[in-house]
Design a binder for this molecule. Sequence first.
Ligand code: ATP
Ligand code: MG
Length: 236
Amino acid sequence: MSGKGIRIEGLKKRYGEGETAVDALKGVDMQVAPGEVVGLVGPSGSGKSTLLKCLGAVIDPTAGRMTLGNEVIYDDGWKVRDLRALRRDKIGFVFQAPYLIPFLDVTDNVALLPMLAGIPNGESRVKALELLTALDVQHRARAMPSQLSGGEQQRVAIARGLVNRPPVILADEPTAPLDSERAMAVIRILNDMARKFETAIIVVTHDEKIIPTFKRIYHIRDGVTHEEAGEGREFE
Ligand SMILES: Nc1ncnc2c1ncn2[C@@H]1O[C@H](COP(=O)(O)OP(=O)(O)OP(=O)(O)O)[C@@H](O)[C@H]1O
Ligand SMILES: [Mg+2]
């Protein structure tokens, strides 16, 4: 991906039809430059997860346009033939819940994606361990997910979202189960990733600890976004 990061124009999403239809997104405009981490905040039910799922090609938008890098991926219909490849190669997800694979240990949960992308197993595990170390869970590398605390599981899930160095990272409440020191560590890693790999990152959050770190914030309410300057507070 070169150049443009993420661009969303006039994005709409309607769930269902007729009287029970819900207009979750009513024309969202948003732009994230390569190397930028933006916050997306808004009340429960305002459309945050819906926006991330559309951008991540997990659900179909109803109308609008989305561009990743120089590629238009959606323009009143998907422009990409292989959505699985798009999700696998271009987008790193960090969800609200960790969704680890219960029968793989911590290292293999993270190493699975590079393995699926054709990187040799040993090399994939080295990449996994690097990120587990950066996220301070390397001491649990051989544990099974059920043996971890909630915060440890979330850090493993974050490592998995970052391991393929995707050009776009979509994080839905990534710091919710973490204490403030670990939440800041996650934000630091996301900022480092963004800078080092020119990643465009959207972080959905309610977390008062991390909101002051964003330079730009999109507020979403009733399916419409408004942009605002954040504090962009530095952290070492
Ligand atoms: N699969 C679905 N079918 C019908 N309506 C849905 C579906 N998913 C979400 N909605 C509705 O769309 C609106 C936006 O939901 P969404 O999950 O995007 O909100 P959110 O901002 O992520 O909220 P939260 O902060 O609670 O996670 C809500 O009114 C919700 O009830
Ligand atoms: Mg949500």
